[in-house]
Design a protein around this ligand. Structure first.
Ligand code: FES
Ligand code: FES
Length: 164
């Protein structure tokens, strides 16, 4: 099958590759770029485990072809922590508030929460729950996930205020 040449920025790094037109973005990330943080939980755009950030929007990478991300700016869970390894406020929040059990949903959940907090830095619990409604967790019951996102929002807002 003829392959297409794609270029995009992934976690701040320029990437180029040849992909088959049928290759899904999740398969491109996991199999060609070795970014195995985004998970495949359903392949039917239901679970959100494959969520990545593409051009400022949360997308389920099992529903996007890699060629559709051509020229795009992409962030996965691997790009959340700082270069020196300092965890993102959301990663800290999930750790502190026990926002995960098996961890299968966590990369997608955190990546989704990242965009949610970019769009609404001070969400209510209801807004958090609606914001993550496209991401399923089969373990936690969502209580601690909501707490983790709330804690991250507080931490990010405090850091922003301190920097002003
Ligand atoms: S694997 Fe993409 S939504 Fe479940
Ligand atoms: S922590 Fe297990 S699916 Fe969410």
């Amino acid at each position: 099958m003829t392959k297409s040449h794609v270029t995009m920025t992934v976690n701040g790094k320029a990437v180029e590759a040849l992909v088959e037109p049928r290759t899904l973005l999740i398969h491109f990330l996991r199999e060609q770029l070795d970014l195995t943080g985004p998970h495949i939980g359903c392949d039917t755009s239901h679970c959100g485990a494959c969520t990545v950030d593409l051009n400022g929007r949360s997308v389920k990478s099992c529903t996007v072809f890699a060629v559709q991300a051509e020229g795009g700016d992409l962030r996965t869970i691997e790009g959340m922590a700082a270069a020196d390894g300092t965890l993102h406020a959301l990663q800290e929040g999930f750790r502190e508030m026990h926002g995960l059990q098996c961890g299968f949903c966590t990369p997608g959940m955190i990546t989704r929460a990242y965009r949610l907090l970019q769009e609404n830095p001070n969400p209510s619990e209801a807004e958090i729950r609606i914001g993550i409604s496209g991401n399923l967790c089969r373990c936690t019951g969502y209580q601690n996930i909501a707490k983790a996102i709330h804690a991250a929002a507080e931490r990010m807002n405090a850091a922003k205020e301190a920097a002003e």
